[in-house]
Design a protein around this ligand. Sequence first.
Ligand SMILES: Nc1ccn([C@H]2C[C@H](O)[C@@H](COP(=O)(O)OP(=O)(O)OP(=O)(O)O)O2)c(=O)n1
Ligand SMILES: [Mg+2]
Ligand SMILES: [Mg+2]
Length: 950
Amino acid sequence: MALQRKKREHPTGNADFNELEDDAYESVGFHDHGDYFERKKRKLQNQNAALYRGMGESSVSNIFEGLSMAINGYTNPSYSELRTMIIQNGGTFVQYVGKKTSLSFLICSFLTPSKANQWKHHKVVTPQWIVDCIRNQKLLPWTNYRAVHPVASQSLLSFSDAFKEVVPQISEQHHESSEVEDQTQDALPSNDVGQTETKKMNDELPNSLKFLSRSAWHNYHLLNTPNIRKSTTQNPEFLQKFFNSSRLHHLSTWKTALKEEIQIMTTSSGLTSVRNVKSINTKHFIMHVDFDCFFAAVSTRNASELQLKPVAVAHGIKNSEIASCNYEARKYGIKNGMFVSTAKSLCPSLVLVDYDFDAYESVSREFYSVLVDTPNDYLKVISIDEALLDLTTHVQSFEDCANIAESIRKRVRTRTNCDVSVGIGSNVLLARLALRKAKPHNVFYIRDEDAYVYLQSLPVQDLPGVGPSQSSKLFDLYNAKTVGDLQKINKHILQKTFGANYGLHLYNISRGADTNNISNETPRRSISVDVNWGVRFVFLEDAMDFLKRLLQELLNRMSKCDVALHQLQLRVLKRAENAPFNPIKYLGAGEVTPLTKSAMFTSATKSFDILYRQIVNLYISLDVDPGDVRGIGLQASKIVKDSNNEQSFNFNAPLKTPQKKILPGLSNRQHTQGQGQEFDEIYEKKEPSPTDTTFVPSTPYNLPSASQMSPSVLAQLPQSMQGSIKRQLEVQNKKFDEIPSKLDPLFLKELPTPIRNEVKEDHEITMNKRIKLKTHARPNEKVPEETVEKIQQQDAFQKMLRPNKKEKKKNLPQVDLQVLEELPKEIQESVLEEIKLSRYDLAREVKMMPNPVVTFQQKQSIDDLRELVAIWYEKSPRGPNSHDVEYFSRYLGRVVREERNLLKVQALIRWLQQLNRRNKVGAWQMAIDRTVEAVQEACLIRNTPPLVLL
Ligand SMILES: Nc1ccn([C@H]2C[C@H](O)[C@@H](COP(=O)(O)OP(=O)(O)OP(=O)(O)O)O2)c(=O)n1
Ligand SMILES: [Mg+2]
Ligand SMILES: [Mg+2]
């Protein structure tokens, strides 16, 4: 092909940029980056002009003639090589893209998801297209070189469809739907992103993506498919839709609502009189009522032809779970919770039906109204389809109970067209075991005298609280498979093996004895929001964005209950090591490792800003790669009524025992709302250990535990302060005149290390001096232990009000309580404000909300700052100027102290570390060390734990 040699016009006109050249090539100090961009722009324009001017000699072909092209991001070949190739082969190079429509091609290796979205209707090709076109001397089909994959030609799943995944309204259409799902699965990047492939991809990646982990990288690709993206946490409407479509969320919300309603109904109608049956000697008659295959039965209640066929309720696609299947389906071995694909392999004619949440709710209402109309001593909501009734004062025998049960069954059947089964026994355990036998469509009771023998044939796992680990231990150690085998094991041996309490529990339940009282309601102690489906992040910012939305949801729920929290737990499900990137369940969590981290707040809070800041810290300290997050949740615990901040919150009953401590306590297991059940199982409902807990001083007066409060000191305080402190002490349920003998070790343990050390040190140093002074003891005289302890306690409290050395330097007001008391109230308050500030910097946190954003070279977003840093690094290959390092370190320090944005600081330092990872330039490493040092200093000043930088 003959090479065309002709002079072409500069696309931006024939402007000569020579006169601008003087300063365009000067070296640039880091602090001058504002100018840097302007000069860079001019420099490039000059280079383009030069290229066009000299084209007469260097033009090699006209294959790109008439095409305008721009380059975006990091490319290989480089930006300038590509630019030369385009121009030399007849193309028009567009440096700054104004209107996308006038551009023929955008050349780039990768686009960020948002840019990919912006460019989805344009021709975006990889640099390889330019290279190959030139190599072949013709325009090759660009579609083979797409950098942005088109919105899939496959049928799209709308967001809600992705939850429904298919919409077979009692139909055989699921075959169609499986196809949709299969295509979606095809669109998923394969689980195994091979090393070579990763390397190849990395070579072409722009800097912002180069350092992504394999899992984040995988998610990046996954999320490039718009219909998948819509179904994940990346969708701003995700949470709302998730909760609307989540069966577990519905189940838990219904339960809470039902409990409240039933309590109101039974109290107002006077039907429930649990007090009548208090006596432990009374023989009880307990009834356990539960719908047979609830969802499946409700969904088919008006389709009699389906009732004889095997039917299951599920979202429809093969990797979704069966929520409920009818008893026809169970004949094939199908069970609730099984994957659709497994169920279909067991029974190919299985009919899948969709969820009908409204119908479940209305059927449940009918059911509960039947129960409320049944005379009873106590009615306990177990779930939407299940309840316990205590009939003790209304019946004489099991036969009476069975008659009532039959009547309940009949009435429910008439009203709902669905069946319930009923189990009866003298305690909850026996009623529950009887229910199992009664199912489906029946009533069964176990008399006390028959219980021992009846239980013998049951497998040990049928007993409540006997899980796989206990049953395998029983089998391994004692060859015990059935309850009969268990009955033969000596009580003491059981206690030795399983601990005193659980051993005794096993011994009792194997004999049908159950000490659980039906009316034992545990007060609600926590509220949580958890999401374990559709969670896919690429960048840290994705996780943070989502956590913001999750926190808002948690606060909405808390506000409905009118509570504030003392403890916040961040729960993360991390992809288990070696678990595939694509779990079997579509966008599910797959095999995960649960991680938790908690923050304690000494005074209850519901402030978005305070909580969000802690969440950022908690997330950072968990140090999970965003690409590996498969589930994420927040739990508010140690909740208190917001209005008076004094009582433990309880939905169901008046407060039994006020919480002993505000500080990390030893409360019992927790109840949760929301998507919590599954999470709680995963997290084993355990209280966080102190090492998992960050202590966040958020109380206006950061009290030592109540045990350290001296009444005489309290009495000296101004009225306003006394009131507040007393209220806090009341919550701690301590009498003011109680002075324990020792400093509370738990309190010390929960303080952040620097503060704990300070408190300890202070004690040690001052102890001798003060004790001698206070007791007027002679140098060698031994002061009684008791006196020493008392003085120590008073010191601990006084210390709070005493400015430390740093504060003295800052000329903060010294506190003289008598003077303070005499001051006008406003001034008192402002002085106290200062004290607070000096002690834990809390006042500043509250006053400064929202924190001022500290800008740097007029930039404030992490992305912009990263770009600046990248240019800085690129421009200083042998190391940065020391002034620039100082300048940057000071800036980061301010971000910690003023903007209080640890996330930003962490992102920037990590970014620098990443930039330097490849070349390992010593001078840069020193610069990084210096910035880290500056940041840690700032953390110290701010009194926050040191930043985790790995
Ligand atoms: N992990 C769970 C537990 C329950 N459910 C829903 C579907 C059930 O239909 C309903 C009631 O739960 P049951 O345990 O009572 O199960 P079924 O009523 O379906 O069957 P059974 O006849 O064994 O009670 O709650 C669910 O979707 N997911
Ligand atoms: Mg049921
Ligand atoms: Mg049930």
